[in-house]
Design a protein around this ligand. Structure first.
Ligand code: HEM
Length: 318
């Protein structure tokens, strides 16, 4: 009973602070329905979002698996943002948990483990794409999806930008040409994916890239500016000396790096190799030269080169 009285008192304090009546809220509680699982997770809306563009049954698998991946990307961004905000969480009643001052290395590790788990799920489940669709159906329904491509995944680009310094996302052949300091706008224009979606000789952008930039270019540039001094690598730099040599933390960063930049891209590449090698010269729906663009051994992209030995760097993506 004491507990009950305490709760009523707390409610009264809460509503009094905003000049509202506890009694009215209690009446609302009395009249409201119980929460159903279906309402809580918005099941009907969720299940209404898979709308294939053709009648080939396997397109349902393709569209649903992309959506599942985007939901995992959302979870990844949630963790990346928690690290970037030092774990500051402003709860509904305005209470600030954590501190803007410094990042707790243990908090950092737990969030990195979550990021690794999400990418493990994506890597392990990619066989849904590789083995889970009829090749003959895929080659047909993909033609109805032109010029859309996973290349245009806004969240995937945000994950990369929030994970490291922007310069690490510049194609490695271009990176060497960079001056010690160049404005963020110019680095942004040299990102590996922008290069990969341009004609090598003429420099003309694919229509897929043009459309993506039109939709998300400004937002991505703004986000990359926000992340200049506030990405995972920069957060690691803010830790004390002891944490920076903590082997577990360094190993977690490397594992995350390998999942995002090697293991996931390899699974993804397998699906392209399976479905796009049927017809000589077949391009992705986004129009890149995918055989050159997708393999990690050509991209040589990684978030945290300073954590690797010279030998590891040389063999990266092999
Ligand atoms: C049969 C399945 C798939 C095939 C054949 C495939 C093919 C391709 C190709 C050829 C590209 C290069 C861009 C282009 O020319 O279109 C690409 C890029 C991309 N795709 Fe897929 N894809 C598949 C499934 C997926 C799935 C399930 C996702 C999850 C969201 C995804 C996300 C991406 C991303 C993020 C990129 C950009 C990669 C980068 O820039 O390094 N793809 N895909």
């Amino acid at each position: 009973m004491d507990d009950f009285d305490d709760k009523i008192k707390s409610l009264q304090t809460k509503y009094k602070l905003t000049g509202q009546s506890t009694s009215s809220y209690l009446e609302g509680l009395l009249l409201s329905n119980y929460v159903g699982y279906w309402d809580y997770i918005q099941l009907e809306t969720l299940l209404s979002l898979q709308r294939p563009k053709t009648d080939f049954p396997d397109e349902q698998i393709f569209i649903t698996y992309h959506q599942i991946t985007e939901l995992y990307f959302k979870l990844c961004l949630h963790e990346l943002n928690q690290i970037r905000c030092n774990g500051v969480d402003i709860s509904a009643d305005g209470e600030v948990k954590g501190s803007f001052e410094e990042l707790d290395p243990d908090f950092f590790k737990v969030r990195l483990k979550r990021l690794i788990t999400y990418f493990d799920c994506l890597i392990d489940s990619f066989s849904v794409m590789i083995d889970g669709m009829e090749q003959s159906q895929f080659t047909k329904f993909r033609m109805a999806l032109l010029p859309a491509s996973g290349f245009q995944s806004y969240q995937y680009r945000c994950i990369e930008i929030a994970s490291t310094d922007l310069v690490q996302l510049v194609s490695h052949t271009e990176r060497e040409k960079l001056y010690p300091y160049i404005p963020q706008e110019e680095v942004f224009d040299l990102l590996y994916w922008k290069k990969g979606a341009k004609d090598d000789k003429t420099g003309k952008k694919t229509y897929t890239l043009e459309q993506f930039e039109k939709k998300y270019g400004a937002e991505l540039l703004a986000f990359s500016k926000q992340c200049t001094s506030n990405n995972l690598w920069q957060k690691f730099q803010t830790l004390d000396k002891e944490s920076k040599v903590d082997e577990e933390l360094k190993s977690l960063l490397k594992q995350y790096d390998q999942k995002v930049n090697f293991q996931w891209p390899m699974m993804h590449l397998k699906s392209a190799a399976k479905y796009l090698t049927q017809k000589k010269g077949a391009q992705g729906t986004g129009g890149t030269n995918w055989k050159k663009y997708l393999p990690p051994r050509f991209q040589k992209r990684l978030f945290y080169p300073d954590l690797y030995s010279k030998e590891e760097l040389e063999n990266w993506g092999g």
